[in-house]
Write a protein of this length. Sequence first.
Length: 322
Amino acid sequence: MVGAVHAVLLFLALAARPQVVLDDPAGCVSKTEMDRDLDALLPADVDTSGLTVRVQVAAVGDRRTIEARLYAAQSPDPLLDKSLDVAAGDCPTVPRLLATVVRRRLDGLPQSVWAGPPPRVDPDLEGPPPPPEKTVVEVVHKDEPAPPPPATPSPWRVRPRLAVGVGGGVWPWSGDVRLAGGVSVGKGYWPDAAVGLKAQVFAPVQVGGGIAQAASLQLSLGVAYEFAPWDWLQIVPRLDGNLGGVLASGARFSTNEVALLPWLSLAPEMAVYSGFGVFASVGVEVPLVGIVLEDRTGAQGRLPLVWGFVRVGFSWRFLVGD
């Protein structure tokens, strides 16, 4: 009689245990330990057979990401959704930790949400107990996709340059000598921003019976876009806006005077840079403000309306933050 009662109690204890569904290709969580810890921590006088604990483990390097969800037969929504991130060496402690989390969650909910009726035993029941229910364990093996590589920030391009050049103008015909220096900075696929200084010395201009000599100093602001088909060769189209002043002085006049005039121009340019620090370029410069020189008799001379120029110089391309 007493043996039959003990057997029935053992059966009910097994039947009232929550179902554990484990998805752990990395072998971090022991189902046996999980069942044992749930038995030890959950209340023995409450039917918990309607509970299902689903545990999914993903391995990334030496870390283990554990997703645990608790379901009750009375509700399709999870009663618990917990995520843990542990080291591989801490896997033996996970079953006890999950069982503790489940127990604390159930303590915060009314039993009507998750518990079945309490088990009852007929003291007059005799005979062998029925076989215990089988616990179904679902094990799903799947390959955890590798995390994407971290994004690498693109470096800054820095290109200082120094060049000398000559120019030729039309309407009227003339020439000049020019010296320019500056730096351009860019990043990724964006065009480079360029800034620099340019000095020009113009050929003498005939004005009546005298000669006007002119020179200019300008600030250059522009954009450039770099094409690099090879490491040793870069092709860089560029557009500059030049703003400055022209200092003109007279010679061979009865009264020689000095005048300061504004200079504003646009200058598209195509440059070819080698990997050895040398570059060459050709371009066109169009003044937006015409420069007309006039003496006291009304005789006039002017600087050309369109300039063509060639430059050679030195430049080096640096990558900052590579």
